[in-house]
Design a protein around this ligand. Structure first.
Ligand code: GLA
Length: 386
């Protein structure tokens, strides 16, 4: 049974009726543009064939009855009485419903079943997929038409207010709007996405490092604070700087001494990463695989050395992968502090199955959880069926 049928079936068993509709929203892998989204810069994610499905029906009252098949756990709450004492997974759904109402959409209660294949805490955005699946289900059930940017903003706020992570808009936007066969270039200031075709003959391989990414809320939020500090300092000499997106590498270099070493390196990552986004798009257009690999590697090095969100083991994994034949390049994808790597490989020169075997032999014993390797396919953003 596929994920959608299975989720419908679970809904019927749980709530004794058919769901009015079912939505599936994908996880994402970011090709380049890491930690640039909350600096109003650009990112280049793809949506992947790992989904969170939400089956849902409206109710006449304000009660929400939730069930997650992944954890086999239920929970109920009233939209007029949001409870602080709730399981972590409920926060994502409650947060979206609450922020949606705060954004001006009045909604009725819902029966909701969640069921997903995006691995949790692996850095592939299972949380954004759940948020977008929930928001899209409610949008369709209520007959609203919500533009992508607006939906992404309230999902993002729900993560800020209900989870405590001051994330940018990338993951939610990718889950809602990316297209199959394309990477989505999102301008995180104008909140517009353009779609760029991926070259043929490249396998998209994702490697879960085996180190769960506790989106170390505090470390992530600390990076955001450093970026804000830099903006404050740069603004003193140039009032046109509203976010790090507005700064150039030259400007950051010229402020090296008053920024201090660590903050300077954080800023250097963001401004150089912003350049790498456009360089990668150009290399993709030219189908210049060698250059694509160099850009991924430079991105990883910058995350590791300047932004300090990698770990020695992740650095070793990236180095090891890049030495294997047929591998174009590899880097950490997502926030870091564990999680997943993305690796691009030549379809006809790299046997991903044997690569996985050797990789596991090499690294399995060094990680708290078993590393995992998946070849991924790119897909369209959230879809629904009534
Ligand atoms: C997490 C956040 C995103 C983004 C990335 C880093 O995935 O949710 O908004 O900041 O980290 O690029």
């Amino acid at each position: 049974m596929d994920l959608l049928d299975e989720t419908k079936h679970i809904f019927k068993k749980r709530f004794m009726r058919e769901p009015a509709l079912i939505v599936s929203a994908p996880g994402r892998v970011n090709l380049i543009g890491e930690h640039t989204d909350y600096n109003e810069g650009h990112v280049l994610p793809v949506a992947i064939d790992r989904f969170t499905a939400v089956a849902a029906s409206s109710r006449a009252d304000r009660l929400c009855r939730l069930y997650t098949a992944n954890l086999d756990e239920g929970f109920e709450f009233d939209l007029d009485r949001l409870l602080d004492d709730r399981p972590h997974w409920v926060s994502y759904i409650m947060g979206v419903l609450a922020e949606m109402e705060r954004d001006g959409w009045t909604i009725s209660g819902k029966d909701i079943v969640v069921n997903g294949t995006v691995p949790v805490a692996s850095g592939l955005s299972s949380s954004a997929a759940l948020e977008i699946a929930t928001a899209t289900a409610v949008e369709r059930l209520e007959g609203f038409q919500i533009d992508d940017a607006r939906m992404v903003r309230f999902c993002q706020k729900s993560e800020h207010h209900f989870i405590g992570v001051q994330c940018g808009p990338m993951d939610q936007y990718a889950s809602r709007a990316c297209r199959r066969g394309h990477a989505g270039l999102l301008d995180c200031r104008s909140m517009e996405m353009t779609h760029h075709r991926l070259p043929e003959g490249i396998d998209l391989v994702s490697i879960y490092s085996g180190i769960p990414r506790s989106l170390a809320a505090s470390a992530y939020n600390e990076r955001l604070e450093s970026c804000r500090k830099v903006v404050k300092i740069l603004r003193k000499t140039d009032p046109h700087i509203h976010a790090l997106r507005d700064a150039t590498t030259d400007l950051v270099e010229s402020h090296k001494s008053n920024l201090g070493e660590r903050i300077y390196r954080r800023a250097r990552h963001v401004v150089t990463e912003q350049e790498r986004v456009f360089e990668l798009i150009q290399a993709m257009e030219r189908e210049d695989r060698r250059r694509m690999g160099e850009i991924l590697m430079a991105g990883h090095e910058s995350l590791s050395r300047d932004y300090e969100v990698s770990l020695p083991l992740l650095d070793n994994m990236v180095e090891w992968l890049c030495r294997q034949s047929g591998v174009i390049g590899a880097r950490l994808t997502g926030a870091g502090f564990g999680g997943s790597l993305i690796c691009l490989a030549e379809s006809d020169a790299c046997d991903v199955e044997s690569l996985s075997e050797i990789f596991l032999e090499q690294f399995e014993k060094k990680t708290p959880e078993r590393p995992q390797i998946w070849t991924l396919t790119t897909v369209d953003g959230a879809r629904y069926q009534s």
